[in-house]
Design a protein around this ligand. Structure first.
Ligand SMILES: Cc1cc2nc3c(=O)[nH]c(=O)nc-3n(C[C@H](O)[C@H](O)[C@H](O)COP(=O)(O)O)c2cc1C
Ligand code: SF4
Ligand code: SF4
Length: 312
């Protein structure tokens, strides 16, 4: 008479109790209100990416229904006016600073939102990246409600072996979960910065000679060389957010101001792009840690990066 699915009277009462709580909460509007509010909110997430970390994070913090917009694409379209209930920005820190394009975008953009957040990804040392972004945004007349950093794989080829980097557990899912919960509750928070971190950043600026008013802006033709391994696939042409690559009868040509995002060197399917030995750039004086290792975020495809960055 009794099947394996039978439940005891005690279980039945417990289930009924839970169901009643659900009904009561729904009729009081508690759950329905919260879910309706989050469903109705329009969230835009702007991102810049070289190797996919920030695109992955933008997707995760965007959740279902968010509009994801690539900053290089917006700049290509001359689209600087955006309005939503919530606007977020996700970018990789370069020398603890935003990429030059992100800086130029925020200076020009007109953003209208009730809640604004910024997630800054980094790989090893964030220093005072949060304060740097806050300063740049405020100078551009924007104030953010929430600014946090998120440690990911470090794609800085001169110092790190990409094969080693991907093996390090940086607790990305846990950190992403914390940030996503903060955003769901529209937390007002800036990640704290220490005096030691401010001094480390000053030391970096002194050593690298990078202009803090611009961030990384180098000459791509000085920094990169294409080897005989090139098969002329043209991927680099679409990967560069500055449109610095062209492919002609003479092969690949590289010229123009460079973000140093590494979309080209990290994503070339042939590993045919290398740092120039004679670039004269102090940060490149040691070459690469492992010239055979390249990185792209495991959740992001080559096509995703091309679509995010292509300028043609
Ligand atoms: C030019 C350049 C400079 C970087 N500077 C830093 C840095 O100062 N501190 C740090 O921890 N990571 C630094 N990184 C690592 C990236 O911020 C990090 O890997 C980021 O998640 C890459 O994001 P993406 O995959 O979306 O391009 C740098 C990477 C590049 C290419
Ligand atoms: S992506 Fe690499 S292999 Fe393809 S054209 Fe550019 S340099 Fe050559
Ligand atoms: S040349 Fe390479 S590193 Fe420079 S902006 Fe283009 S893709 Fe990024």
């Amino acid at each position: 008479m009794y099947s394996d699915n039978k439940i005891t009277r005690r279980d039945a009462l417990k289930r009924m109790g839970m169901a009643m709580v659900g009904v009561a909460a729904a009729s009081s509007g508690l759950f329905s209100l919260a879910s309706c509010e989050s469903m109705e909110r329009k969230r835009i997430v702007l991102y810049f990416t070289g190797t996919g970390n920030c695109l992955y994070v933008a997707r995760q913090v965007g959740g279902q229904g968010a509009e994801l917009l690539s900053i290089p694409q917006l700049m290509k379209q001359g689209r600087y006016e955006l309005e939503a209930d919530e606007i977020g920005i996700v970018y990789p820190v370069y020398g603890h600073m935003p990429p030059n394009m992100v800086r130029r975008f925020i200076q020009k953009a007109r953003l209208k939102a009730d809640y604004m957040f910024a997630i800054l990804t980094y790989g090893n040392r964030k220093c005072n990246a949060v304060e740097i972004w806050d300063d740049i945004a405020r100078q551009a007349g924007k104030s953010f409600d929430y600014i946090a950093t998120l440690i990911m794989v470090d794609n800085w080829l001169p110092n790190f072996d990409m094969n080693e980097q991907v093996m390090i557990d940086k607790h990305i899912p846990e950190n992403l979960q914390r940030i996503t919960a903060d955003l769901a509750s529209r937390r007002q928070w800036y990640e704290p910065v220490t005096e030691e971190e401010r001094m480390q950043h000053q030391g970096f600026l002194g050593r690298s000679g990078i202009d803090p008013a611009e961030g990384f802006v180098l000459r791509s033709g000085d920094c990169f060389r294409v080897t005989d391994a090139c098969i002329g696939c043209g991927a680099c042409v679409s990967l560069c957010p500055r449109g610095n690559y062209s492919l002609g009868s003479q092969g690949v040509k590289i010229e123009g101001d460079c973000e140093f995002c590494f979309a080209c060197i990290q994503n070339c399917p042939q590993k045919a792009i290398r740092f120039a030995a004679d670039s004269g750039v102090p940060l490149l004086s040691n070459g690469e840690k492992n010239p055979n290792a390249r990185y792209r975020n495991e959740h992001v495809s080559l096509m995703d990066i091309k679509l995010a960055n292509n300028q043609f």
